[in-house]
Design a protein around this ligand. Structure first.
Ligand code: FES
Length: 651
């Protein structure tokens, strides 16, 4: 062809186009990812490109410096008003004048990569459900009678290709003033999810609305509700917020909430109202933090365990309290946010990730999406530890899942000096194996208890208790120092050679801190160790059951998800036999992976299809009916285990 050759980078897509073809048109024809909100009217500036000549001569083609020298009045106007970075052109205005290489910078790509902080996981490709489109609408004409909506839809069809855009009543009511205020130019937010549900108009602004528009990713935990507000045009988290789940007043753990619903007529609805109130508080907090209006939130994605899932939807969780633990629905849900009582943009659709099984919720689906065990080359064990542990085991050949009732001991409950992770709580412990003397660190200070200045550093809080990660460490250290035996019994002062061990009823306790004028001593009792043994045995047995099903006796790596997972030390967890034997450098923590999964599903609608497909394929194991669970549990009660050898740990 004698037409000029156009090459786009970074995609490498190329083709010949007649002189005078707008770059945006060439990009569209080649399927190059170049953004446009205004459809080439020179209004949005999303289509910015950089003509680049660098590599090109190497291909033996000569280009002239003015291959894109058709700078026009539209660009001049834009440059005067908003400033166009030197070297940049508007892709909808610049036309092909000769052979050219054109670079599409990341901010002009629709499907930007959102980089994740951790090296071992994939980045997120931005592909949100909501897109903005600027259109000019034909004015009403007495000779051609048609409604304002019909003319808007005609303009939107021409701009987006969608012939079947649905419009909610609340927007129909707002339509006429918006069209007139914008002098027949409007910006529409169109929501289209990953299914073949017709697209819908979810918001409308007069004139050109630059955005940004926002989405909310929420991890609805039984203890805390955590949310991230994301800019849907960049994928960035612009604000994060968390609060206690107000349902706590109906019961600390899930089963006590299920029984509250059983014992109190209307109790489930009270809890539904409580969690929705909490969410709206979160919306208020996070919008205030980001200095935006909640009506700019146009998408919302939720992950949560099955009981929270039902209570959030207003479904009585009764069936989840008893075998066979039937969910009302396990499929992913997309429904109007207003039906969930959420005070965000009224046209917003809320998306709930699918649940994996009666005990393994959408939170575990979020973990699966974030950690992608199904894409792993090596066999990965992913555990999310809370009052229930959700456990995934798998690689690219398949994924298994179960949950195990660990109870609240890992969160510091059922522990005599236990408390939530908060300033004042002991979080790190070391015990000298020779002297049996401990030293520890307290949340709020980097100093160890035997460091100079420790007392002053913690004066504000004092030493108030032991948090979940602290209790793991102190028991593991007690085991390593020979204060506790493999069965979990604390030795006497005589047996251990330290007066820190003392008779406490029928068993012994260990004094971790002697106390002072203000605070009582902090001790570890044998009942504390018992509680941790139960919790860790439940966790380990669940993992072991999945390993049995998979036919393996070891895993290649372990991922600890959740707030607890982020704080416990791999070594101490393994000394206790919480997790299967594996090289310590293969144990990583993933932070709030369930919440990250919600964020991925918010930013990339293809990830919604992906997790829905994966959840159907995951093999679900119900620990309660597996006969080997008990056997594993008994063995796993020992420290680290009475049957499994833990060769790496011992070696
Ligand atoms: Fe909007 Fe070019 S497409 S300014």
């Amino acid at each position: 062809s004698s037409d000029p050759l156009v090459i786009f980078t970074p995609s490498g897509k190329r083709g010949h186009f007649p002189v005078g073809t707008p770059v945006l048109t060439a990009a569209r024809q080649l399927g190059v990812d170049l953004d446009s909100v205004c459809g080439g009217r020179g209004v949005c500036s999303k289509c910015q490109i950089t003509p680049s000549y660098g590599e090109f001569p190497k291909h033996g083609v000569t280009v002239s410096e003015d291959a894109l020298s058709d700078w026009n009045a539209v660009e001049q106007r834009y440059d005067d008003k908003r400033g166009l970075t030197k070297g940049r052109r508007l892709g909808c205005q610049a036309t092909v004048q000769g052979d050219i290489v054109i670079d599409v910078p990341p901010e002009s790509q629709v499907h930007k990569q959102v980089v994740r902080k951790r090296a071992e996981v994939r980045d997120i490709t931005l592909n949100p459900t909501v897109h903005l489109t600027y259109v000019e609408v034909e004015e009403p004409d007495m000779h051609k009678p048609s409604g304002d909506l019909e003319r808007l839809l005609t303009a939107l069809k021409a701009a987006t290709g969608h012939a079947d855009i649905a419009v909610d009543t609340h927007l129909l009511r707002a339509l006429q003033p918006i069209l007139r205020k914008g002098s027949w130019a409007v910006t529409a937010a169109i929501h289209q999810d990953h299914t073949d549900t017709p697209p819908r108009l979810s918001a409308l602004w007069p004139g050109y609305f630059e955005g940004p528009v926002y989405g909310l990713a929420v991890d609805l935990g039984s203890t805390t509700i955590a949310g991230h507000l994301c800019d849907l045009t960049t994928g960035e988290v612009v604000a994060s917020s968390g609060l206690m789940n107000p349902q706590i007043r109906f019961g600390e753990d899930l089963m006590s909430r299920v029984s509250y619903a059983m014992m109190n007529k209307g109790g489930d609805l009270e809890m539904t109202a409580a969690v929705r109130d909490g969410l709206n508080q979160l919306v208020v907090d996070i919008a205030k933090d980001a200095e935006i209006d909640p009506t700019q939130i146009l998408d919302a994605v939720f992950v949560m365990n099955p009981v929270m899932h039902h209570l959030f939807l207003g479904i009585d969780p009764f069936e989840l309290g008893q075998a066979p633990f039937a969910l009302a629905t396990s499929d992913a849900l997309s429904l109007p946010a207003s039906e969930l009582g959420l005070n965000i943009a009224p046209g917003t659709r809320a998306y709930l990730l699918p649940c994996i099984a009666g005990h393994v919720g959408a939170d575990a689906a979020g973990v699966a999406l974030s950690e992608a065990p199904d894409k792993s080359e090596d066999l990965a064990l992913v555990v999310d530890v809370g009052t229930n542990a959700e456990i995934l085991l798998g690689d690219k050949n398949g994924v298994l899942a179960c949950s195990s009732p660990t109870g609240p001991a890992f969160e510091g409950a059922q522990i005599s000096a236990g408390q939530r992770a908060a300033p004042g709580a002991i979080e790190r412990v070391e015990i000298d194996p020779a002297t049996k003397e401990p030293r520890f660190r307290v949340i709020g200070s980097d100093l160890w208890s035997n460091d100079e200045g420790f007392a002053a550093a913690i004066a504000a809080t004092g030493i108030t208790g032991i948090c979940g990660s602290g209790i793991i460490e102190v028991i593991a250290e007690m085991r390593l120092a020979g204060i506790v035996d493999a069965s979990g019994l604390i030795g006497s002062a005589e047996q251990t050679g330290t007066s820190r061990c003392f008779a406490d009823g029928r068993t012994n306790s260990y004094t971790l801190w002697e106390g002072d004028a203000d605070q009582k001593p902090i001790t570890v009792t044998n009942a504390d160790i018992r509680a941790i043994q139960m919790a860790k045995a439940a966790l380990y047995s669940g993992a072991r059951l999945l390993m049995d099903k998979r036919g393996v006796d070891h895993v290649d790596r372990v991922v600890l998800a959740g707030a607890f997972g982020a704080h416990i030390s791999a070594k101490h967890a393994m000394v206790l036999g919480m997790i299967p034997d594996c090289p310590l450098d293969k144990v990583t923590s993933a932070g709030n992976a369930a919440g990250t999964g919600a964020r991925i599903a918010l930013l990339n609608k293809d990830a919604r299809s992906e997790i829905e497909t994966l959840v159907r394929k995951i093999e679900k194991i119900e620990t309660a009916v597996e006969p080997r669970f008990q056997e594993h549990f008994v063995n796993a009660s020992a420290l680290p285990n009475s049957a499994d050898p833990f060769p790496i740990l011992r070696g």
